[in-house]
Write a protein that binds this ligand. Structure first.
Ligand code: NAD
Length: 261
């Protein structure tokens, strides 16, 4: 097994489920000390259990936090540095889909909620982690955008605005921080089968969501959903030293779907 994360410290938000959980498992297997952040404490405990099954001596810090609250973000960054002394990698990933609706019916409260988690949360994370990484002179940040951050999908005003915003933050700050030895990238996943996507299919048809899922992936060149562990492999590579020269870039992981539109 590769040891790319030996003596490395990685923070992952949204670590209690889906892409965050799969990425946490991958970097833990490669030796990372991990600060696992999520709103959902139960999810964090599940991730911990999963990691300890394959890496019994993993060094894990679990932090319950709401990424849309700046004080919570400041605190998870401080706790990580107080515990581990540095931050090598940051997977800035927590997010929600929000309700699906036409723009006129989307709702201003829903819009604010989705943007405050998906965009403000990512900004706060960058703000506090970049300060540390700049002083260290090294570090890698991977922000989770989406195909919905590089293409129009429809019925997702808040999601689209927030994920396009994540792409903008990545490009902007990558330009600023490259000179300090810090690289910032975004991933743009297509439909990856996680609890979020299951919830999304259930919004379309609660009683027949598995069939809806089959139809949903029909236009995909690979005719399937992505797997969380496939995203985990990409995130591990992007957080590792092997990807230091990839900066301000957005990497799709979607079976080729976004190139078809
Ligand atoms: P998920 O619902 O399985 O996991 C998201 C995690 O984020 C959950 O554990 C949840 O508790 C946590 N979270 C939500 N709000 C939070 C908050 N305010 N503070 C802290 N934690 C919070 O979803 P997922 O599919 O793993 O999604 C992870 C990221 O990937 C999201 O940003 C999502 O938009 C993005 N994404 C997912 C897909 C996909 O197909 N699954 C595609 C594109 C982008």
């Amino acid at each position: 097994m590769s040891n790319r994360f030996e003596n490395k410290v990685v923070i992952i938000t949204g670590a209690g489920s889906g892409l965050g959980q799969a990425s946490a498992l991958q970097v833990a297997k490669e030796g990372a000390k991990l600060s696992l952040v999520d709103l959902n404490n139960k999810g964090l405990e599940e991730t911990k259990k999963l990691i300890l099954e394959s890496v019994p001596d993993a060094d894990l810090l679990l932090i319950t936090a709401d990424v849309s609250k700046e004080e919570d973000v400041k605190n998870y960054v401080k706790q990580t540095v107080d515990t581990f002394g540095k931050i090598d990698g940051f997977f800035n990933n927590a997010g929600i889909e929000g309700k699906q609706n036409l723009t006129e019916d989307y709702g201003s409260d829903e819009f604010s909620k989705v943007v405050s988690i998906n965009l403000n949360g990512v900004f706060y994370g960058m703000k506090y982690v970049l300060e540390i990484m700049k002083n260290q002179g090294f570090g890698s940040i991977v922000n989770t955008a989406s195909v919905g951050g590089i293409r129009g999908v429809g019925n997702q005003s808040g999601y689209a605005a927030s994920k396009h915003g994540v792409v903008g933050l990545t490009r902007n700050s990558g330009i600023e921080y490259g000179q300090f030895g810090v690289s910032i990238k975004a991933i743009a996943p297509g439909a990856i089968m996680t609890p979020m996507v299951e919830g999304s299919l259930k919004q379309m048809d609660p009683d027949n969501w598995e069939e809806v899922g089959k139809q949903f992936v029909e236009p995909n060149p690979m005719k399937r959903f992505g797997k969380p562990e496939e995203v985990g492999y990409l995130v591990a590579f992007l957080l590792s030293d092997q990807a230091n020269f990839i900066n301000a870039a957005v990497i799709p992981i979607d079976g080729g779907q976004s190139y078809k539109y």
